[in-house]
Design a protein around this ligand. Sequence first.
Ligand code: PMP
Length: 394
Amino acid sequence: MFENLKAQPADKILALMQAYREDPRDTKIDLGVGVYKNAEGVTPVMRAVKAAEQQIWEEQESKSYVGLVGDPAYSDAMIKLILGDSVARENVGAAATPGGTGACRQAFELIQMASPDARVFVSNPTWPNHISILNYLGMETVPYRYFDSETRGVDFDGMIEDLKTAKAGDVVLLHGCCHNPTGANLNLVQWQEVVDLINAQNLVAMVDIAYQGFGDGLEEDAQAVRLVASSVKECLIAASCSKNFGVYRERTGLLMAVSNDSSQTALNQATLAFLNRQNYSFPPDHGARIVTTILNDDALRADWMAELEDVRISMLGLRQQLADELQRLTGSDRFGFIAQHRGMFSRLGTTPELVEKLRAEHAIYMVGDSRMNIAGLNAQTVPILAKAIVDAGV
Ligand code: PMP
């Protein structure tokens, strides 16, 4: 049997990480993998996470199973964090999942169960794992224009034109904030236009939100997903706690199925439980318990919010410093988009050849599509990167 296995394409980002580790140059800069790093290049455990873990260690009496959709207190706390008061709790079915990836996977399977002919419209580009999982499940994807390689902003006219080709029942996958890999985002007026189109054409919205608090703030970053949830007939929302709680390896996510008809919620909820049961039975609990402990304790929550805000502000500072440095070196504003982008990533918008040149000649590692992880920088490395970008002729 094993001899029938075929080698699968290597994950490009993981291969890049390996190459970075093996590079002996001490000036090397890692802008590859999507984890937050502080100025010392460390991905820290957040203070509130440490404190919550200690509390759990002291108080937890059992490691017995929790429930197929996880602890309802986790769903409640996360729904409140993400959706605020935009929809009533009784309209939301929710299940804990292994990370945001697990939430996306379960969402796609739900779509496949409920609507086997639906096509999933994905931004071009999108997080590559979206496409990879959809392909693996045999689901049809349709790219919609998103990134304008001239302005490095959103090609909104192109996006709308492409979404207009969707037929009733097709799914539109949107990034709730901090678009990965581009860093370019819709404004709220544009979100409203997308919502109107979804409603006019009877499409299904799916929002993936993996960076709440990394863009313009916790509340600000949730505005788009709240607008969608409160304006459409039904939607799926896949959320990740990996970044904003820094609990990457704990695999902490949530899938929500929101309907404007609350009589639908019980069936949605039971379907999410069924899907968990088929794929891995009980979802991981530790990360979810940490998150719940933090969100339900005023002091821990305040400390978490303060630390998250420091993370956000530090990334905004690095963006501005890089844009300013490039402005100084080139005498032009053509890199101003770096300060406009939000989240952990910016797509530089250059060719794979120049990305390779930056790696070979300047020891700067970014993903081949020219996605830079801004958190891979610090105040000392920004000028080095800026000079390399200019020297390489980007
Ligand atoms: N969606 C997007 C857009 C992401 O960037 C990520 C993280 N790379 C995820 C979902 C899922 O992250 P995780 O499974 O680690 O929670």
